[in-house]
Design a protein around this ligand. Structure first.
Ligand code: DAH
Length: 371
């Protein structure tokens, strides 16, 4: 049959239109399958489905629209002989119904797939816990400093905030460490070009506190100190100390021992014992270093206390009259005791750190272990 014949024969025209439809519809046939989840959807994305939906709408216009070959075929009913007209009409109707039905089924399947894919995309699980902001915590040195502060505040001590940049007077002279005194060498620090220095010890705050408050006085001064030390596992050019000072009438070594012992009991437990060893510091006379019984082994000897049963913690003594005098306090009326200890050293011991520098590297992976 030739092309011109089919154009003339309405029946052939409709059949050709149907055939053309079937060919084009093939790609959508999978969507119209009689199954709950046709295979055609299994690997289909939402945007692909939306494209298919558009193509299907185009297909409908092309095959059922006014300008379609099918519509043209329908119009040719006039050319059909009267006795074949009813049969032709029926054939047209049936074809139209089938085409419409197929498109509608595919359309329906695509629409519901798209709807549920959109819902899925926008779904919010209201039962999911919210995203909490990561909560940090205080630095282990700060936590320890606050524990020390709490203990001393309960004993009636004020907390003094010193300065980190000092003059020679406060760092050395007033503390009875004159020029050329050998103690200056062991506490070499960092100097500015205009005569200031980073304090090498919190003992400087003793002078400031007595100058400002006079006597009697009880204070502790936690803070940073600096020394020209080469960093190694037990040294860092910056570290933390706590200074303590008590000045009043009739203060004796017994008060010093009682106070330090009480502090250490509160810090490390009621069973903690304290030991004082004679020592030398320029700003105290007499001077003593103090140790406490190891919090780990209770004095039997272990790795932490290097088998001695004792842990060295700090220095102390009766405030030297020269120091009282330098700060404007009359040593004939008042006497006092002072002590100083390293917080980072204490932290390293308590947390079992084998390198003190870890505390100052600000590595969150390290710090977050000490909540
Ligand atoms: N300032 C001393 C140091 O840094 C520690 C110290 C020792 C402080 C004895 C004192 C003290 O108040 O009485 O090594």
């Amino acid at each position: 049959m030739t092309e011109s014949q089919s154009q003339e024969d309405p029946k052939l025209q409709v059949e050709a239109a149907r055939k053309a439809f079937e060919q084009e519809f093939e790609r959508f046939a999978g969507f119209a399958e009689e199954s709950a989840t046709p295979l055609a959807f299994s690997s289909l994305s939402l945007s692909q489905a939306e494209t298919e939906q558009r193509l299907l709408t185009d297909l409908r216009t092309r095959h059922l629209g006014k300008k379609s070959a099918f519509a043209a075929g329908k119009k040719m009913i006039g050319r059909v002989s009267p006795d074949e007209r009813a049969a032709f009409g029926q054939m047209v109707q049936q074809n139209e119904a089938e085409i419409t039905g197929k498109i509608a089924r595919a359309e329906q399947a695509l629409t519901s797939f798209i709807e549920s894919a959109r819902t899925e995309r926008e779904r919010i699980d209201v039962t999911l816990p919210g995203r909490r902001p990561r909560r940090g915590h205080l630095h282990p040195i700060t936590m320890l400093r606050e524990r020390v502060e709490d203990i001393f505040v309960a004993l009636g001590y004020a907390i003094e905030d010193g300065r980190e940049i000092e003059t020679d007077f406060y760092n050395f002279d007033a503390l009875n460490i004159p020029q050329n005194h050998p103690a200056r060498a062991s506490q070499d620090t960092f100097y500015t070009s205009d005569g200031f220095a980073l304090r090498s010890q919190t003992s400087t705050v003793q002078i400031h506190a007595m100058q400002r408050r006079g006597a009697p006085l009880r204070m502790i001064a936690p803070g940073r100190v600096f020394r020209r030390d080469t960093p190694d596992p037990t040294h860092n050019p910056m570290f933390f100390q706590v200074e303590g000072l008590c000045v009043d009438r009739g203060i004796s070594m017994a008060h010093l021992k009682g106070t330090v012992a009480e502090f250490l009991r509160q810090m490390f437990g009621a069973q903690t014992t304290t030991r004082f060893r004679p020592s030398y510091f320029p700003f105290t006379e007499p001077s003593a270093e103090f140790d406490f019984s190891c919090f780990k082994c209770g004095g039997k000897g272990c790795r932490i206390c290097k088998n001695s049963g004792w842990i060295e913690l700090g220095g102390s003594g009766m405030v030297h009259p020269n120091v009282l005098r330098a700060a404007g306090v009359d040593p004939e009326i008042y006497s006092g005791f002072a002590f100083g200890l390293g917080i980072d050293r204490m932290a390293a011991l308590m947390y079992g750190l084998d390198d003190i520098r870890l505390l100052f590297e600000n590595d969150v992976r390290f710090l977050e272990q000490f909540d």
